[in-house]
Design a protein around this ligand. Sequence first.
Ligand code: GL7
Length: 829
Amino acid sequence: RFGERRAKAERMFSLMDGFLKNDPLSLQKDILNHVEYTMARSRFNFDDFEAYQALAHSVRDRLIERWHDTHVYFKRTKPKRLYFLSLEFLMGRSLTNSVINLGIQDQYAEALNQLGFEFEVLAEQEGDAALGNGGLARLSACQMDSLATLDYPAWGYGLRYEYGLFRQVIVDGFQHEQPDYWLNFGNPWEIERIHVTYEVKFHGTVEEVDMNGKKQKVWVPGEMVEAVAYDNPIPGYGTRNAINLRLWAAKPSNQLNLEAYNTGDYINSIVNRQRAETISNVLYPDDRNHQGKELRLKQQYFFVSASLQDIIRRFKDAHNNFDELPDKVALHLNDTHPSLSIAELMRILVDEEHLDWNKAWDIACKVFSFTTHTVVAEALEKIPVDLLESLLPRHLQIIYDINFKFMEELKKKIGLDYNRLSRMSIVEEGAVKSIRMANLAIVGSHVVNGVSKLHFDTLKTRTLKDFYELWPEKFQYKTNGVTQRRWIVVSNPSLCALISKWLGTEAWIRNADLLTGLRDHIDNTDFHQEWKMVKKVNKMRLAEYIEAMSGVKVSLDAMFDVQVKRIHEYKRQLLNILGIIHRYDCLKNMDKNDRRKVVPRVCIIGGKAAPGYEIAKKIIKLCHAVAEKINNDADIGDLLKLVFIPDYNVSVAELVIAGADLSQHLSTAGHEASGTGTMKFLMNGCLLLATADGSTVEIIEEIGSDNMFVFGAKVQEVAQMREKGSISKVPLQFSRVLRMVRDGYFGHEDYFKSLCDTVEIDNDFYLLGPDFGSYIEAQAAADKAFIEPEKWIKMSILSVAGSGRFSSDRTIQDYAERTWKIDPCRCPL
Ligand code: GL7
């Protein structure tokens, strides 16, 4: 039999042509083959979208080769693996990123040219994969890119939502949400694995059975759903490695409900089965509040159960003793969303693998690590006990057991300090008895991470103080980072080429620290000229886009001033809009002479509001109302424009960030755990106007506050200001612009009333009034710098030169060494 198998393998091998070839001619043949045999279109008649799909399929073939080889290599060498568990991944587009990471961009460009297509035009055909909300989800995507590039033996696990984040449509200045059915036209980047499936159980009861004289808990489920794997290859840059992002979709279980069939209710039983699919249907569009929704809990457990079954199966294929689990597997909880994994692993080890509880717990704690992305304790996720009891009865028991043991241990350490015990308990006894997911994650993990230095300090001194004092050694922070492959190489090709030219190497694409080399040319005027041209080209692209989206023509001489991110009160888009009103007001009161000295501005705002977040939606409407007034004021002309970019997403971000001169990051100090937009703008030579919050604090350390515009109350001051009340510090200009909105200067005064109320003196939780004066000063400083192009360009160069520390490669390497304890595993060429 062995001989037979070998002969078969040899024959198959001899039939294969080795690897796919990447010369332009071979690429053309492959693309055309896909046009004909995959798309079933005629080679003489296909449009740009079909061309994109055929192109994507040819890239996918090449990804699959590497992805296979990487798997085989990992399987053979058995390194310790990292499993990155996240309910959200904001991948954006894949085409350009893939060909760049595969190192075959030029070949593809040439191949397409000869066929009469332009690569960039086809790339525009691709829709975004938006399986996430905001910063947290894009961070996961950046980290996957770094894990692949740095050759770590890692897998990502997530959910394959059929509807990604809603599409934002603006009608009359109001946000409307439309479903993002991103899979409508097929998804060439995924590989459906119809044979990789697991049964996921819900509801039912827990029974106790006698097993060889020992009592054993058995969960008898009331509902079964099947999880099907969809694999998404993630290619590294400058390596053959391509790792996997495995996303689960829910399908009806194959375990037939025979009773229903036998009783003849055939139609209904099919309809019921079909309901299973709703589990992975839709991404929750709230980026911070995930409290107590049954479907959301179902999603979480569905995800956790399928992923852990898959991980344990793979572990058991290669190892036969669970003692080895911590040496072979690291499980990372990206925020609290996958924290049920801790209870699930305990259930598997104790109920199914029959390990003793203490042993299982010891293993679990060594395997799990956790990153929290939240600052304020109130925003931490909680799950009502009732809900958990009905959906996951066995898990609730396990969580109670974990908590009981934890409380016993804690009492031994801190005595009967009931206040503290109740604060630290995993179970919250309140009006609604709930499970505190963060507490579960902390108790069950050996490392708890923050996402910036400032965030870490807040965790230690406020949010997680009790836990920090108990286990200081558990706490670490890894300042977030973003991948320079996506945020320079893919999105800003002209800047990429310029950097490589002046550094004399492309090595910075794998080692962003080399960007500091740009400092050597800081006084070179040729370099300055080229730098300026690059920004101009990107501003042109952006200006075209703005005109197409909003009909507003903008001047390229104006400063492009951008604030793009989710709309939140704490991010203070309202401060920006009130600042714009102030600018407009000043312009209106200026004589001609003075106006000549004014730096023209194009203010660009973009971002989505969670569908149920009224105040955020009002901010969007206010932005449109103000834009309408300003943009139609012929007297002001190009001196000031305001545009709202609809449906902000990853691919829009690529365009906007590359074309920005100035970007705004206005969160009230102490509220943004990190912020990663800052880093993307920094990498693109866009100057930052920002509060000393989250990641900005470290950016200041890196490039110096004289290369950016820092303003506003510091973290320590915020607390004091809130205590004291801040009446005396609110400048008159602030009251004046607020009055303009209240008095209906931009119309809709009734609608804006509640929005204005949120920033009235006694109500101004996010301190817009008290920060307004210093905000206006920082804006003036930006204007002043902009009229000295030399100075501005130097600041811009120094921003990029200092951005290396904010590469996700640095973050991931740090996680690998200090948290996950994994080593690179590079698939040989
Ligand atoms: C966030 C933080 O708000 C943000 O500051 C951080 O950069 C990001 C990634 O760590 O995580 N937390 C969170 O819940 N969302 C974030 O973007 C949605």
